[in-house]
Design a protein around this ligand. Structure first.
Ligand code: 3PY
Ligand code: MG
Length: 263
């Protein structure tokens, strides 16, 4: 699935891949999102309700659905990265990555030796799934590092060029805070040397994917228009809040209330 038309990236190469973002652990919400047809799905263990056992259980529930499932971790710990990959995540998104050195440690945590330092212990075979050999696991895993501070943007060329980093993923909410600008101003700024175009340029130069969190279709279209290749457009909490509010407003015949959720 891609964002077409006005949402197609300036490269004109078919638009961005659309991601779905699940923060509501349990109750089948991730499965409902995965079956809605996104290009990839993220389980959010930083700001969402996913903790260890819920991540593993959800990855098992999603195993038969042909959508890559990545986990956004709460921090850059190698142990945390290893645990979600052991449970079958196709990749990780690691928040608040500020330097190429930190990015290199994260890339190493995603891969078995000799490419990295990941410890062997996948649990997928216990649940009837195959366990790829170490070299196949190393080449299939997606390692995404989040650029969401002023200092990360200043170093984004080196972060994107770090071997083993497959995608730089922008957190525009945190980046706007770090820069001291409004979210809409950050998204509107398309000057060559401004933050978001600089990230896209660095990713293109390194030959890696440029991802970003949008949380809504209008912001997603803007990010795809700036050239991001992967945009998280749907969130379970946002969809639930906005459609519940819209349906209630429709029932009551009044105006639709502004969205409560930040995402
Ligand atoms: C951000 O925008 O800072 C994010 O991390 C999105 O989840
Ligand atoms: Mg963030």
């Amino acid at each position: 699935m891609t964002l077409h038309g006005a949402h197609t990236g300036p490269s004109g190469e078919g638009g961005a891949r659309i991601g779905a973002w699940s923060g509501l652990a349990g109750g089948g919400t991730a499965e409902i999102l995965a079956r809605s047809g996104p290009d990839w799905l993220v389980l959010d263990a930083q700001h969402g309700a996913y903790e260890g056992a819920a991540v593993a259980a959800t990855l098992h529930d999603l195993a038969g659905i042909p959508v890559p499932v990545w986990v956004r971790l709460p921090d850059d710990s190698a142990a945390g990265i290893g645990r979600v990959l052991d449970a079958g995540a196709a990749g990780v998104i690691v928040p608040m990555v500020d330097t190429p050195q930190q990015a290199a440690r994260i890339a190493a945590a995603c891969r078995y030796p000799p490419a990295g330092v990941r410890s062997w212990g996948p649990t997928t075979a216990l649940y009837g799934r195959s366990t790829p050999a170490a070299d196949a696991a190393n080449s299939r895993v997606l390692c995404a590092v989040m650029v969401e501070t002023r200092s990360a943007v200043a170093d984004v060329t080196a972060i994107a060029a770090t071997p083993g980093v497959d995608m730089v993923f922008v957190g525009p909410f945190d980046l706007a805070l770090s820069l001291g600008v409004g979210l809409d101003d950050l998204l509107a700024d398309d000057a060559d040397d401004s933050p978001l175009p600089s990230v896209v340029r660095a990713c293109r130069a390194a030959g890696i994917r440029a991802g970003a969190f949008a949380g809504a279709v209008d912001r997603g279209g803007r990010l795809a228009g700036l050239g991001f290749t992967d945009v998280a457009v749907l969130t379970d909490a946002g969809l639930l809040a906005s459609s519940a509010e819209a349906e209630l407003a429709r029932w009551r015949g009044g105006p639709t209330a502004p969205r409560r959720a930040a995402y």
